[in-house]
Design a protein around this ligand. Sequence first.
Ligand code: 2IT
Length: 441
Amino acid sequence: MAKLQAKYGQEKEYLQAVQEVLESIEEVYNQHPEFEKAKIVERLVEPDRIFTFRVTWIDDKGEVQTNLGYRVQFNSAIGPYKGGLRFHKAVTPSMLKFLGFEQTFKNALTTLPMGGAKGGSDFDPVGKSDAEIMRFCQAFMLELWKCIGPDQDIPAGDVGVGGREIGFLYGMYKKLAREYNTGVLTGKGATWGGSILRPEATGFGALYFTQHLLHKAGKDIQGKTVALSGFGNVAWGAATKAKQLGAKVIAISGPDGVCEIPAGITDEMIDYMLVMRASNRNKVEDMAVKFPQLTKFTPGKKSWSVKCDIALPCAFQNELTGDDAKELIANGTWCCCEVSNMGCTPEAIHTFQSNGILFAPGKAVNAGGVATSGLEMTQNASHISWSAQEVDDKLHFIMQSIHEACVKYGTQPDGHIDYVKGANIAGFMKVATAMLEQGII
Ligand code: 2IT
């Protein structure tokens, strides 16, 4: 860590993600001198390569705009590079390195053969028209297409990149590459190679994982109150499945504030989340404007100020701080499953764990998204498409496997389960063993 601090002192998110993993694996690592001899950690913390490129496009006013684009190919020990693209104004190499690092371990947990990657741009989708989004995606692909391929690197969506953006990206990829293998991107539309249930998969998988965690602790989700953050694709899937399982979703949020829903979210509200996402306004207040009788909007507040049993961060890294964790606990929250990548700060995780709150980390909880991307790749490679039932069954099996791996590697001498350790050690052992077997490269 000291060496990385000296080298990458400015890259706060990257250092945070690495620190968490290294702390978790320290004991296991020291029991394997062969890892140390092959300098596995020193190799694993550095991405294989980072592509950086300029993306120039023309906005609706006819003005020329320039953004930066990136693809971080982090680790290919267990398969081709796989991970999403994030379009957000705050995107930096540090953010994409943290996400690519996390992705490497997450993908290892899925049971499928996928390496880790992440990419994106500091392009800000907020307030952009559909035409602007299309021109940006096309300009982004002008550079990205040379870096990717169905057996090399397979991007998908992340914050700011959903089905619409994947469509524009894929259209341009075909034009440039004259390759028609749909397996080069995942999260595609259902009529052109997309997997049924991929849009829902991150949220559904997160709730399946939460169910396993609760059952292991002798609890059930039925009738519990759930506060979640965000209103994008992940929050939408999580709200849908939480409601189906009999929980009451009582808060969603946005950068502008929190929208409380005391009687629980309705199907109409869940549908409206998609309209809000497509509008590019990025305001949760729109939900309160649409459903004034059933909701209460409070500007500047987070979902973590709302009294709930279960907290599900579904938006962005470090969105739940130590103070938020204390506020939740004071209000009676007893479970937090991180659905966003690194959604909780180290202080928040420490506060949850030292207060006996059930806590599980994003790389286990949200892995159903990329796992279903893996299932999309399988369907594309065999030129078939599975039914919703088939995909859902496989997603269930994968989330159960991930939970079992966390229990296997995370059960402590006193019997309690440290899900952070469990997920990190399980992912690390798989990647480290593969690296060892493939020699010094
Ligand atoms: O963080 C993630 O796992 C994703 N954004 C999904 C990546 C993927 O390749 O489906």
